[in-house]
Design a protein around this ligand. Structure first.
Ligand code: ATP
Length: 293
């Protein structure tokens, strides 16, 4: 095989709790992640040398086109470990908004690790791929598998959960950027003691109870991000105003998603939100089940 194409799916956090800061500076998380149908597309072609040549399409200005891109970092990390892994020409068509809390870069990196394995016949097992993935970023191991997953530790301890019951999402990416590092710093200084009920969400997912999934949505980071960026709360209210059964900020924001129980409601909400000036980017999406490996 000389070339292949892969989809890299965005994720949302149905619930996200931050337990404590570890001695190594990372925060201990407990989160239920869900891949959604919104995706980037990547084409990989083998090269006869050891160069990594990346071309971007439709990418925002903050997405680097050189070795800093997580796709290039993923391929070079595999190359360091496997002599048999040669260079690549990569075309990355972005669709997932960057720095949005939807793990766009992490999903691209996971796709690149899988592509190296397949194109160069490296026969990496899941564990090896996860070891490489976590060196690129905490969300990258999850992005290798996708689906509905409880992620703990810094995100690398994964327990698969059953597929979500039928539901439909509308995602708003407000036109602001949020620094993940600043959010965690503010969290360390935040005295609030509220934590989302992660176990309640796990039970709701296991029961395939869509209403309970909407009820148990919770994100510990909202209490520091929303006061700094009220537009996030406004986006949630806009989703509720369009009939969402639940709405939540994803990751460290600023993206917000709303849950709808039928496709027609989702479409009507999408159309209504698209008509609001200055609201940001709007996407329709659905859960994407087990997608990789
Ligand atoms: P997470 O939810 O994992 O925190 P995110 O959605 O907040 O991720 P990304 O889309 O991964 O954030 O982008 C964060 C930053 O990473 C971007 O601002 C960009 O500078 C850089 N970056 C590097 N590679 C990529 C990539 N392939 N796609 C998008 N951004 C990238």
């Amino acid at each position: 095989m000389e070339q292949l194409t892969k989809k890299a799916y965005a994720k949302i956090n149905l619930t996200l709790d931050v337990r404590h800061k570890r001695e190594d500076g990372y925060h201990e998380l407990r989160t239920v992640m869900q891949t959604i149908s919104l995706h980037d597309e990547l084409s990989f072609r083998k090269r006869g040398d050891r160069e990594i040549v990346l071309t971007l399409q439709n990418a925002a200005e903050d997405v680097p086109c050189d070795h800093r891109n997580l796709v290039c970092r993923a391929v070079s990390t595999v190359m360091e470990r496997y002599e048999a892994c040669g260079g690549m020409d990569i075309l990355l068509k972005k669709q997932i908004p960057s720095a949005a809390g939807m793990a766009g870069g992490s999903a691209d990196a996971a796709a690149a690790i899988l592509a190296c394995n397949e194109l160069y016949g490296l026969k990496m097992d899941e564990r090896t791929m996860c070891e490489i993935a976590v060196r690129i970023g905490a969300d990258v191991p999850y992005c290798l598998f996708g689906g509905t997953m409880l992620c703990e530790g810094i995100g690398e301890i994964m327990t698969p959960l059953p597929e979500l019951p039928a539901m439909y999402f509308v995602v708003i990416k407000p036109d602001i950027s949020v620094s993940t590092a600043q959010v965690y710093q503010a969290l360390d200084e935040d005295a609030a003691s509220w934590h989302p009920d992660v176990d309640g969400m796990i039970r709701a997912v296991k029961r395939k109870d869509a209403r309970a999934v909407a009820e148990y949505l919770g994100n510990r980071l909202e209490s520091v991000t929303i006061p700094q960026h009220p537009v996030i709360e406004e986006s949630k209210q806009a989703l509720y105003g369009c009939g969402a059964e639940g709405a939540l900020m994803s990751g460290s924001g600023p993206s917000v998603f709303g849950i709808f129980f039928d496709r027609e409601q989702q479409r009507l909400a999408y159309e209504a939100l698209c008509g609001i000036d200055g609201i940001g980017q709007i996407f329709m999406a659905e859960p994407a089940a087990d997608i990789r490996i």
